[in-house]
Design a binder for this molecule. Structure first.
Ligand code: URP
Ligand code: ZN
Ligand code: ZN
Length: 465
């Protein structure tokens, strides 16, 4: 099957030009002005940007967490992702306490086999137990399967939190195996004290979720993780940075040339802590971790994206229904499952409030949602760019298309949208994954199962066919 995309404006992280693209099978075969070739399918891209498909490096699909399981499977989540212009994602495979890494991987492969994706998917390994579950020797073997990043949680005490010993040992194994270390940075011990005190004092409403996880606990843990990873000579990636307190240590480390990178997510750019000060059915939608912060953190987050102190915007898509899952904590904020949805609207929001608002260029948007992700997580140049030899993961983006973000039109199984009623200009119109049109206008035109498992390269290495 061949496809010719005619007349589009190709925008990558480093280039912006008009050309035709010829796709042969799954790959981009030719890029040139006015290509004179015969193709099975011709797509007119006049007036559209042609960008590399976005990659989401932070999702939680069918994850047992907080006493329930996230409500998207690999079909619903990847359909929603595709409608939003995301053509690959990397999900967190969880080694649950007491479980081996082999068993954790098999559990996640089964999820993908059962609920087939429409876009390509890879895994990170979330490490929760190096005492009674996984061994260091087994951890070292995980990258052999193309799972080339290890994630640890410094919070969620009593559930998936690890101690500094585990973090340090993980970093050492990563330094040996060429894996990327990822960290959820919050001081879980301190937060545990604050949560217990709040509950004992009868402070059970959702707003106490934020009050018991102050920004300083994130800043402290970010600084600690940076020092520990540096000592172990491992590359560190700090997920979901939400506040000035953690931007600062990341900025310092990067200034010194340390291998540290940070991501943020739309919920920290657009939602602030006042959203928690509402009746339960509304406030519970905003229970995710780190929590929504004071509004004064939002401009520093945008600035950090502009200055490359933060380099990637992921979603941390972790959907729990409001009607019957968030309600687990209706009498106790600490029992509300932590997580929010967002996989479908990342690009809409960043294009409208980032590019249209003049905060950064379209190239920078591509860099933060595709190219940097591909480079950091062993997918480049197969993914993350528009180039001959790369996978034809392409999004035709109409910069003038008007969309109202809503739960009634999105494709996740979640029953609310954090950005309900937000009007944006700019949206995908056609989405291709490895040369096949997956989304055409408002229609899903590929079958679940088109998505493949991504065996990623090790940190710093390129992924070719
Ligand atoms: O609230 C969140 N973010 N839930 C998902 C797990 C995590 O911390 O990323
Ligand atoms: Zn987290
Ligand atoms: Zn997460």
């Amino acid at each position: 099957m061949s496809v010719l995309i005619r007349g589009g404006r190709i925008i990558t992280a480093s280039e912006d030009y008009f050309a035709d693209i010829f796709i042969d099978g799954e790959e981009i075969a030719l890029i040139a002005d006015s290509l004179d070739v015969v193709a099975d399918q011709v797509i007119d891209a006049t007036g559209k940007y042609v960008i590399p498909g976005a990659i989401d490096p932070h999702t939680h699909i069918e994850l047992p967490f907080g006493g329930t399981t996230t409500c998207d499977d690999f079909t619903s989540a990847t359909v929603a992702a595709a409608f939003g212009g995301t053509t690959s994602l990397v999900d967190f495979c969880f080694q649950m306490p007491g479980q081996s890494f082999r068993s954790a991987l098999d559990t996640w492969y089964e999820k993908v086999d059962r609920c087939k994706p429409v876009i390509d998917v890879g895994f990170h390994m979330a490490i929760t137990d190096l005492y009674d579950g996984g061994t260091l020797a087994d951890l070292a073997k995980v990258p052999d399967e193309g799972v080339t990043s290890y994630k640890v949680f410094m919070a969620y005490k009593g559930a998936v939190m690890v101690d500094d010993e585990t973090l340090f040992k993980t970093c050492r194994v990563a330094a040996e195996t060429g894996a990327q270390v990822m960290v959820h940075a919050e001081n879980g011990d301190v937060i545990d004290v604050l949560v217990k005190e709040a509950i004992a004092a009868g402070k059970t409403e959702p707003k106490w979720h934020a009050a018991t996880r102050p920004a300083i606990t994130e800043g402290e843990a970010t600084g600690r993780a940076i020092q520990i990873a540096h000592l172990a000579e491992a590359p560190l990636y700090v997920v979901h940075v939400s506040c000035k307190e953690s931007i600062e240590p990341i900025a310092r480390a990067r200034q010194q040339g340390w291998a540290v990178m940070g991501e943020t997510c739309p919920q920290y750019l657009f939602i602030d802590e006042t959203m928690l000060d509402q009746p339960f059915a509304e406030a519970a939608k905003y229970i995710y971790t780190p929590p929504p912060r004071a509004k004064e953190n939002q401009e520093p987050l945008w600035d950090a994206l502009g200055s490359d102190v933060l380099s990637i915007v992921s979603t941390d898509h972790c959907p729990f229904r409001i009607k019957d899952q968030k309600t687990l904590g209706k009498d106790d904020f600490s029992k509300i499952p932590n997580g929010g949805p967002g996989i479908e609207n990342r690009m809409h929001l960043l294009h409208h409030f980032g590019v249209n608002a003049g905060r950064f260029s379209m190239s920078r948007l591509v860099e933060m949602t595709s190219t940097n992700v591909a480079k950091q997580f062993g997918l480049y140049p197969k993914k993350g760019t528009v180039a001959v030899g790369s996978d034809a993961d392409l999004v035709l983006w109409d910069p003038l298309k008007e969309v109202t973000i809503s739960a009634t039109t999105h494709h996740s199984n979640i029953d609310y949208n954090l950005y309900e009623g937000t009007d944006v200009t700019g949206a995908p119109t056609t989405v291709l994954v490895r040369g096949k049109v997956v989304i055409d206008g408002d229609s899903l035109v590929a079958k679940p199962g088109h998505g493949q498992f991504l065996k990623r390269a090790r940190f710093g290495q390129e992924l070719t066919r």
